[in-house]
Design a protein. Structure first.
Length: 398
């Protein structure tokens, strides 16, 4: 069998993830308590192919579209939000590795072990030029999946020989050359292991750098320009992957509330079953529609990214700005739907034994990711709608 024949379809991967649901659900509390994804979950998802969504087919991966990627992490999130977040972030970091040139790709994907890349794009300026590359030092919070990665991405300011900054890049470093500082003590998404990566004079060869300004303009080092996935627009895809876990959390909350409703009454009323109550019916209908609305916005953004990538064209500025707005709106909708479902289900939602309270905390913490900020993203989109040039918008990350 060739490596290309090892690729799986979305349906095959999702079916395998659903088969692993009992394992993922059983380990959800452990994942949260230990602040890292249970190794049993990692192994089950490796077997399912969940971490190969964005690995090139040349290396046995699936090369999934943007829409397929969010469905993979959504399927995992129906069982465990933290595990899904790690799947989503490792997959998008693997995608970044697929943008590199052949020499770097061989090092990352061709070394035998399945590639698991984690990382942070925020740059450190503790970098100096050396023969053949750069010596890199610094600290990078919050690196989701840090415990499970064998490669890491760290953002750097690239200097010239005199130390003057000439570029901003992400550098790819073997995880063994970094240390992990445990800094992830939070209210939700506790199991993501989003700790701080630390480097002390780590050598990074020049071929393992990806220029961020060039990537924003869809100029990537990869020689494989016939692979649509690695033509996808840079910031839009980085933003979109944040929606996948949220969709799964919303679906999980809805499923739980609907399954429990026939056996639960409404306290201080004559309703012996929630299903008999018109008020309850209206709440779950609104929640279900809100979850669907989030998915529709996410799918529109994904389809925009995938169409442009298939055509070999970068997304237009206005479309890139709209993706950021769609991402923020979709995540807001999920948070609102989960609030509705918790109110409909009742105060026992907050019992420690209830998965609803963990879903609620996970969704709310994940929704505060800087790239998902709704006001920032709407301002980005509003300025684009009004004809404000890209160079004058509030961020280059569009």
């Amino acid at each position: 069998m060739t490596v290309e024949e090892g690729a799986r379809t979305l349906a095959e991967v999702v079916e395998a993830i659903e088969a692993a649901r009992p394992t993922l659900e059983r380990n959800a509390e452990r994942t949260e308590a230990e602040r890292r994804v249970a190794e049993e979950n990692i192994e089950a998802l490796r077997a399912a192919g969940a971490f190969k969504a964005t690995v090139p087919r040349r290396f046995g991966g699936h090369e999934m579209t943007a829409r397929e990627q969010i469905e993979v992490s959504a399927a995992v999130a129906e069982s465990c939000g933290s595990t899904a977040w790690v799947v989503a972030l490792i997959n998008v970091c693997n995608w970044l590795a697929g943008l590199l040139g052949d020499e770097a790709q061989e090092e990352i994907f061709g070394a035998g072990a399945e590639a698991m890349v984690a990382g942070v794009l925020n740059p450190s300026d503790e970098v100096h030029k050396v023969d053949g590359g750069y010596a890199v030092s610094g600290r990078w919070p919050w690196a989701s999946g840090s415990w499970h990665a064998n490669w890491a991405i760290v953002g750097i300011v690239v200097p010239d020989a005199s130390g003057e900054p000439v570029d901003q890049a992400v550098a790819f470093v073997p995880a063994a050359e970094l240390t992990i500082e445990e800094t992830w003590f939070v209210a939700g998404m506790r199991g993501t292991g989003s700790n701080t990566l630390v480097a002390e004079e780590v050598f990074v060869p020049a071929h393992r750098l990806l220029s961020v300004p060039q990537a924003i303009e869809n100029h990537y080092p990869t020689e494989h320009t016939d692979e649509p996935l690695y033509r996808a627009s840079f910031v839009p895809l980085l933003a979109l992957i944040l929606v996948g876990p949220q969709l799964g959390l919303g679906r999980a909350a809805l499923r739980f509330v609907l399954e429990k409703a026939p056996r639960r009454g409404i306290t201080y009323t004559r309703y012996e079953r929630q299903t008999e109550s018109t008020a309850f019916q209206l709440q779950v209908a609104q929640a279900a529609t809100t979850v669907d609305s989030a998915a529709l916005h996410a799918y529109r953004a994904a389809d925009d990214i995938d169409r442009a990538a298939a055509a070999g064209e970068p997304l237009a500025y206005l479309d890139r700005a709209r993706v950021r707005a769609d991402v923020a709106h979709g995540i807001e909708q999920i948070v609102a739907a989960i609030d509705l479902l918790i109110s409909a289900h009742g105060a026992s939602s907050f019992a420690e034994v209830s998965p609803l309270q963990r879903i609620w905390r996970d969704s709310n913490v994940a929704a505060r990711h800087a790239v998902a900020d709704p006001l920032v993203n709407r301002e980005v989109y509003g300025k684009a709608l009004l004809g404000v040039p890209y160079e004058e918008n509030i961020t280059p990350l569009i």
